[in-house]
Design a protein around this ligand. Structure first.
Ligand SMILES: [Zn+2]
Length: 267
């Protein structure tokens, strides 16, 4: 009971997505709350050795093994308003938090795209979050969230390939929810409405003149095509990321061999 009242207090006081929700004070509170929760445990090296060793070998200056990583109940992520997330790095508290397997029921899914979930294991989540740590602590973060995420997804590619995942699986299982988020939705919408001209009976300009409610209703009629086109576009972006970062990895290897390895050359 005490635990419940504490979580709901945090949730009620400040929402992560509210205007003031991302205040430094709130983010520190969240991390302290998770760290002190009775079911939370610290992951200490050599636990998840492969994850730490992989990032450490790529970024030896980042002192990866000193980063604190906490494993908590996934329920806590719901309590702080990030239920869809599996882990995060807090640049303020300088800790990584990853969640145990999801136990909470998902809220009803409204669209096909919402049904897409990452199929990713804990060691893979840890690699991703450690890479966020690298980009924030050594490189001092990226200007855009998209670039920051691309760094973390991109530099995890080699780890995932080494585990035996195919490029196709990496895109579909590890990257897909992220990729869907970066797809140019307007471009896809325009394309699908053009393709569905016979079905809808109008063109994109006409569609844009409709009320928001009518647009939403009509988009539902072409949802399957919208989903198909979005996934296809997302896969293309995924392929590009994999190609870019495999090339980068080769550059690193070359530099290591030439003994002029310089961290900043990676970027
Ligand atoms: Zn991320």
């Amino acid at each position: 009971m005490r635990r419940l009242s504490k979580t709901s207090k945090i949730r009620n006081n400040i929402s992560l997505h509210s205007k003031h929700g991302k205040s430094v004070e709130f983010l520190i509170k969240i991390c302290d709350f998770i760290k002190s929760h009775k079911n939370t445990k610290e992951i200490v090296y050599p636990e998840y050795k492969e994850s730490f060793d992989y990032v450490d070998s790529n970024f030896p200056h980042a002192l990866i093994k000193e980063v604190k990583v906490y494993l908590c109940d996934h329920k806590l992520f719901f309590d702080i308003g990030i239920g869809r997330s599996l882990g995060f790095y807090s640049p303020i508290s300088k800790i990584i938090v990853v969640a145990k397997q999801r136990t909470m029921k998902r809220k009803p899914i409204e669209t096909l795209l919402e049904s897409v979930e990452a199929k990713i294991t804990l060691d893979e989540i840890i690699v991703h979050e450690l890479l966020h740590y690298v980009s924030n602590s050594v490189v001092k973060g990226y200007v855009t969230r998209e670039a920051e995420e691309e760094f973390a997804y991109g530099y995890s590619v080699r780890y995932l390939l080494d585990k035996g995942h195919s490029e196709k699986d990496i895109i579909s299982n590890n990257f897909m929810p992220y990729l869907i988020g970066v797809v140019d939705k307007e471009k896809i919408k325009r394309k699908v409405i053009k393709m569905s001209k016979d079905k809808l009976g109008y063109d994109y300009d006409y569609f844009n003149g409709l009320t928001a409610r009518k647009r939403k209703k009509d988009l539902k009629k072409v949802e399957k095509l919208l989903f198909k086109e979005t996934i296809a576009e997302a896969k293309e972006i995924g392929k590009k990321i994999i190609k870019t970062y495999i090339d980068k990895k080769q550059i690193i290897e070359q530099q290591k061999e030439n003994n002029d390895f310089d961290f900043m050359n990676l970027l």
